[in-house]
Design a protein around this ligand. Structure first.
Ligand SMILES: Nc1nc2c(c(=O)[nH]1)N[C@@H](CN(C=O)c1ccc(C(=O)N[C@@H](CCC(=O)O)C(=O)O)cc1)CN2
Length: 279
């Protein structure tokens, strides 16, 4: 069996095009464009790349962006002040704080300084709760991107055994909640899980979201399973051994070109959602 690739690039293009149309409509009716503020602390080259990609995509679809690049030694208090100021700035619809922040930053406190109505990246506790309880709110972007990919490829979820490898606040935990909300039977695996291979081998759907290159081995994959690789490791390497996994899976997301591009497209779509709610 050779897996079909779940093409995040094409799907993201489609979402960006529909977002651009919504931006045009918003501009016509409100006389202004939606605005995303990006906040980046430090010099991490990958983070700079991701923020640049987000800003470039904003330009492509007609969203205004305001970029705040803060020095590596920024304190939590200084960062919180910037985020609170942006939260109370009526010209800003959405706020993105790029993760990870440098080690001296209390990232949780920083995320919580973002007004939930502008949390288009879905990183606050309010957004997480909304997602978990099924209320209106902003989903964390990568989990929302994964759900869009699964739906685009008509992957059945109800009653399916889903294994999520990873338990981070903006990826592993929320994707498990979204799959649970669609009636999947969800197992979280993490660094203390004793037999990862055995859990993965039981899964109809594997979501690898741990940030360890090639941790999930191809021979663990149940024949016919769906494999989502949300890893974004250096050198564009995913968390799954893609070449061998593709011999057993029915569907698999490539790295690059799978979950990553969709993540950014969702961020922009949610920025327009926020602008429409702000009016
Ligand atoms: N505040 C956030 N921080 C981080 C998030 C996030 O969603 N919110 N996710 C990741 C990084 N990330 C976005 O920020 C991200 C990673 C990778 C890609 C992507 O499109 N990658 C391409 C390949 C990269 C390239 O072409 O150079 C791909 O997979 O095709 C997008 C976004 C951590 N931080």
């Amino acid at each position: 069996m050779t897996a079909t690739l779940m093409d995040g690039r094409t799907l993201s293009r489609q979402l960006l095009e529909s977002t651009a149309e919504r931006v045009t409509g918003f501009h016509r009716s409100h006389g202004r464009r939606p605005c995303l503020a990006t906040v980046l602390v430090g010099e991490d080259p990958a983070s700079h790349t991701y923020v640049r990609m987000k800003v470039n995509r904003c330009t492509e679809v007609g969203i205004d962006s305001r970029r705040f690049d803060l020095p590596t030694l920024t304190t939590t208090e200084q960062l919180v002040r910037v985020l609170r100021d942006l939260s109370s700035d009526s010209a800003v619809d959405g706020i993105l704080l790029q993760h990870p922040t440098p080690p001296q930053i209390d990232e949780h406190a920083a995320f919580e300084a973002i007004d939930p109505s502008k949390d288009v990246d879905g990183v606050t506790g309010t957004s997480f709760a909304a997602m978990a309880f099924g209320y209106r709110g902003f989903a964390s972007c990568t989990p929302a991107a994964i759900m869009r990919l699964l739906d685009a490829y008509d992957v059945p979820l109800s009653g399916q055994r889903a294994v999520v490898v990873g338990r981070s606040a903006i990826l592993g935990k929320p994707i498990g909640m979204l799959l649970l909300a669609r009636d999947a039977t969800v197992t979280y695996c993490h660094s203390r899980t004793t037999d990862l291979a055995a859990h993965v081998a039981e899964a109809d759907l594997v979501v690898a979201a741990v940030g360890v290159p090639h941790l999930v081995r191809g021979e663990w994959i149940k024949p016919g399973a769906v494999v989502v690789d949300a890893g974004y490791n250096a050198g564009n390497v995913g968390d799954v051994q893609a070449a061998t996994a593709a011999n057993r899976a029915s569907l698999i997301t490539p790295v690059p070109g799978g979950v990553g591009p969709m993540t950014i497209a969702v961020l922009l779509a949610q920025t327009v959602d926020a602008a429409e709610r702000h009016g």
